[in-house]
Design a binder for this molecule. Sequence first.
Ligand SMILES: Nc1ncnc2c1ncn2[C@@H]1O[C@H](COP(=O)(O)OP(=O)(O)OP(=O)(O)O)[C@@H](O)[C@H]1O
Length: 615
Amino acid sequence: MSPPPSSTPARLSSFIGVFRYSRRALSLVWETSRGLTLGLALCTLVAGVLPAVAAYVGQLIVDAVVAAMDGYKAADQPVLLDSALPVLKYVALEGLIIALIDLAQRGLSAQQSLLRALLGQKVNVMILEKAGTLSLAQFEDSEFYDKLTRARREASTRPLALVNKTFGLLQNGISLASFAVLLVQFSPWAIAILIVGALPVFISEAKFSGDAFRLFRWRSPQTRMQMYLETVLAREDSIKEVKLFGLEPLFLKRYRDIFKGLYAEDRRLTIRRDTWGFLLGLLGTLTFYGAYAWVVIDTVIGRLTLGQMTMYLMVFKQGQSALSASLTAVSGMYEDNLYLSNLYEYLEQPVEKDAGTLTQGEHPGDGIRFEQVSFTYPGAETPVLADISLHLRPGQSLALVGENGSGKTTLIKLLTRLYPPSEGRILLDGSPLQDWDVQALRRRIGVIFQDFVRYQLQVGENLGVGNVDAFSDEARWRYAAEHGLADDFIAQMPAGYETQLGRWFKGGQELSGGQWQKVALSRAYMREDADILVLDEPTAAMDAAAEARVYARFREHRKDKMTILISHRFSTVRAADQILVIDRGRIIERGDHERLLAENGRYAKLFRLQAEGYR
Ligand SMILES: Nc1ncnc2c1ncn2[C@@H]1O[C@H](COP(=O)(O)OP(=O)(O)OP(=O)(O)O)[C@@H](O)[C@H]1O
């Protein structure tokens, strides 16, 4: 397998077009720290100009040495210091210049490392902030997820790399210009030779960086699988099962196989890149020694002084490395731009606009209505919900019953506006959900899903996540924990509500499945103004006594609230005012417990089946 090739004209236009991100990267760095960016520019300038000055002073030294030698020989009573003093002055000057170059280099690397840290953080925050604006559907789209992974993996280091190279290019450009001023006095042809020698390496570098990027992009699903396997093999929440099922060898083999495939491609590219780099680099060496011979001959015939010869050789050598560094920087910039295109592709991912502004419905107190709602998951073909209509008024409770995969949780996802319905309308207090301000809407809903998150935070904060406005409100934690029956075991924990949960951090305590569920259940009670409580299998992991108490509390609490309950246990479902039996996305029966029993349909059958089990 290999990445798809691209045609030469397409490559050329993409090579040019790809530099469009340079300006954005520069402004990103500028926004990150103006002081450091200016510092970088200053050091770049100093480090760019001084090498040519040093070469020029080198010429003065050699010529002054020759003159001093002649003077010393010719004098009747030579005084060493008198003869050597002019030369020593130049030597001191050269020393000073070299020290300044060192200082500028140091300044460059120090400022670069500070900028790297700041910029890495800034870009990561941008990536995460963007993630917060995306819809659930986008997260579930694997192509989009690839973009996110690629952006996170590479892009946080690339903007600075790009800016460093831009500055490096500038620095080398300044050096080159100053070298050219010196070199043109020898011969303009020398400059042409310099350029011709460096060009082939540049072209091959540019070609290979494009190849490397296409490889990186193309293989992103494999890299993602590798990252996933790393997580499964090295995370505490999966290791138990991995061990008991003996999955390590299997997963490790898969991990190694992916690497082998990737490495083979990397190796091929690296070998080709460096072989060509070496061969074309030889051309550069050849031109240098050609120019060397030319300068030597001119010196022998007396057209150049010894000092000039030294200077031109130095200028030619340094000019050559500055030129090849510049060209490498350009091809590196091309590569950085390609990676940045990835970051911007992610950041520019269109976001669904939240146009809704309502904080109150048209008919307050009307409750929730589903009007012939159907829903198909993005990318799927068959609808998961079809023609769902229901009405739930304040103070009423609704229970959803149905087989696994019948669409109960999906209905909740629509109600909480995680997805828009494909057909039909969902109204709250007489106004469609999408007209509501999303914050106002979510404030009214307290929800716990089956797959709630076990945050590696303090236990109090684990409750607080249920309402960010009361995230650290201890009184609210206590109230919620009491209603979710978590207060008893929290009181016995070493640091009470401040006890760290999970194993990631020092001193973290692990909870049992039922205890975690109580924590999650308590979260639903964190929102004071929530008048819609949604509980998706809230007690599946609890013991029977705890379950009975949870529902007793639940009934006390609900008064004028709307409650929606999903459960496979009929003992809890039977108390609901309205029970919907869902089968493959459709409501097949509705009514209260008595009525459904009397109808003697699916509900009655399942109820009896479960009751049977308890006899
Ligand atoms: N994010 C998703 N993308 C695509 N299909 C999904 C997604 N989530 C669920 N489904 C599919 O939608 C159907 C309904 O799933 P849902 O989770 O609503 O069922 P449920 O009735 O809550 O089941 P359970 O009783 O097992 O919790 C299933 O066939 C499932 O495969």
